[in-house]
Ligand binder design. Structure first.
Ligand SMILES: [Zn+2]
Ligand SMILES: [Zn+2]
Ligand SMILES: [Zn+2]
Length: 169
């Protein structure tokens, strides 16, 4: 029998969590950061951020366009893309490359690298700090004489909750 390590308390995507709290915190932090950085969190940018935070699943740009229409009938794909670019630039969201979709970021540092755990069952994406992993990757890259522009690690699998469900079934 393999004994699974219980998930760390810091796993924030577990179904039992208070997601309304996540959304409220994310919007509050975004407002504070934008004020500090003297950039504008316009209503459309705020709405796109709020829609991305509807869940911890990654959202595709065209789904965002559908979701934003009831609030902003004149919204065009370019409106959504511009808002996404702003939010990415401010590190309030991240693009999940392997899914070509977006998730909200819950850390408040301006530029940071992402270690993303992507559940292939429920679709939740958990962002981990991963500083040591990233440092190891950077050193490996440097040894290859490779000039690094950007790095993100995306790991696909089963989240703690779905893995538990699979074990119980
Ligand atoms: Zn949440
Ligand atoms: Zn982040
Ligand atoms: Zn899952």
């Amino acid at each position: 029998m393999n004994v699974r390590t219980p998930p760390s308390q810091k796993v924030y995507t577990m179904p039992t969590h208070d997601h309304r709290g996540c959304v409220d915190r994310a919007l509050r932090v975004a407002e504070q950061l934008c004020a500090q950085r003297e950039v504008r969190l316009t209503p459309i940018r705020r709405k796109v951020l709020e829609l991305i935070w509807e869940s911890h699943r990654a959202v595709k740009a065209y789904d965002l366009l559908d979701k934003i229409k009831p609030f902003e009938q004149a919204a065009k794909p370019a409106t959504v893309y511009r808002a996404l670019e702003f939010l990415m630039e401010q590190s309030l969201i991240h693009r999940v490359e392997s899914l070509n979709a977006f998730i909200g970021c819950n850390c408040s540092e301006r530029r940071h690298e992402q270690l993303l755990l992507i559940c292939e069952h429920c679709g939740n994406v958990e962002e981990r700090p991963g500083a040591e992993v990233m440092a190891a990757v950077a050193s490996e890259v440097e040894q290859a004489g490779f000039i690094l522009h950007r790095k993100a690690i995306e790991i696909h699998g089963l989240c703690a909750h779905c893995a538990q469900d699979a074990a119980d079934a």
